[in-house]
Ligand binder design. Sequence first.
Ligand SMILES: Nc1ncnc2c1ncn2[C@@H]1O[C@H](COP(=O)(O)OP(=O)(O)O)[C@@H](O)[C@H]1O
Ligand SMILES: N[C@@H](CCC(=O)OP(=O)(O)O)C(=O)O
Length: 391
Amino acid sequence: MTQLRAFRQQTVPPWRRAVLKVGSSLIAADGGGLSTRYALGLAQFITACHASGREIVLVSSGAVAAGRLLLKDHSHEDTSSAARQAMAALGQTQTVGLWQRLLDIPLAQVLLTHDDLRNRRRYLNARATLSELLRHRVMPVVNENDTVAVDELTLGDNDNLAAIIAALVDADMLLIATDIDGLYTADPRSNPEAEPVNEVPELTPEIMAMAGAAGSSVGTGGMRTKLEAAQKAGAAGIETILFNGRDSEVVSLLSRDLLHGTLLRTKATRLQARKYWLRHVPAVPGHIEVDAGAMRALNEEGASLLPKGILAAEGQFQRGDMVEIVGPGEHGALQSFARGISQYNAAEINRIARCHTREIKPRLGYSFGENVVHRDDLALVRELDLTTGDL
Ligand SMILES: Nc1ncnc2c1ncn2[C@@H]1O[C@H](COP(=O)(O)OP(=O)(O)O)[C@@H](O)[C@H]1O
Ligand SMILES: N[C@@H](CCC(=O)OP(=O)(O)O)C(=O)O
């Protein structure tokens, strides 16, 4: 490739929690199996972030590329789903092993499919697991569960998965490490005139049209899936940066929040994005009725809803459903004052209503946590300007 114009240096917006996506091209460079060559610099970056109290969820590709060499009769031509899935299963342990060797941080392997994340209950379960891991300062290492995800494997879409995970864990930033310096106005591998794009204020169709396919034999989605990921993250109010994980200087500068790459901004704020979502997810029939104390705590103190303040649940809703929350209104009538995602189904709520949180487990035999509706999943009617509040 001829010499391209360099990206200018810019400052990375402040962040505390980020999803770092590392492409196959970085940990298993073209056909050669796993290698520490580029992973080492990225591991140093992760270590520096961890040491400064930042949290990283690592979305690491590379299982197929790593597994390919380990299959006895490995053949680059054998691209059947079953062969790629076998490679992925074999390569996955190697990939996590590689990161564990390079990092003195406890790692937890998390394998997910897009289907899992479309299912509300599994989405909540994944979110609870990831936040518990982060709370314990364990770094989740996420990949697609290739063994069962045929579509995803053909699409090879860890970029989009990383964006969904960023929204799931409420990250401040999505960091995508790849084998090229950033976004160019065209694929520089076929267009030597391509210009670097340092900053994208908004992902317009013109920007999306700049993206071409993958550049290496192991990478899959190319720039297109990275821009799609930035779009998804942006809709959730999360900004994305694209940088070259092969360039040790670029990676080391990133530890000092200096970027040589592309910053993809978003106009949505995190709060707006969440409120938008809470406003647009339809509530299921039914509600949770709370007492005056809980109503006040939710309305005035920004509290989560605990079982203690709940009087009853009405309807047949499931864990993960969006439900109305009602409390005492004027003249003894019930008033709908909030809505949120319930962590328990209606029957479970009726068994734990009025209880102290420590009673949840003894009563149900299990627990999905102390909050029936977490503050992050709750919007007050007055914030949403939804209705007059009448049921
Ligand atoms: N407009 C563009 N700007 C930069 N890279 C592009 C562009 N269009 C396509 N590409 C290609 O996308 C590749 C990165 O994607 P990919 O190979 O899937 O990597 P990864 O394994 O990191 O996901 C680059 O190497 C480059 O050839
Ligand atoms: N899940 C697959 C690859 C998925 C993928 O998106 O790959 P890449 O384009 O290199 O990020 C694997 O681990 O090999």
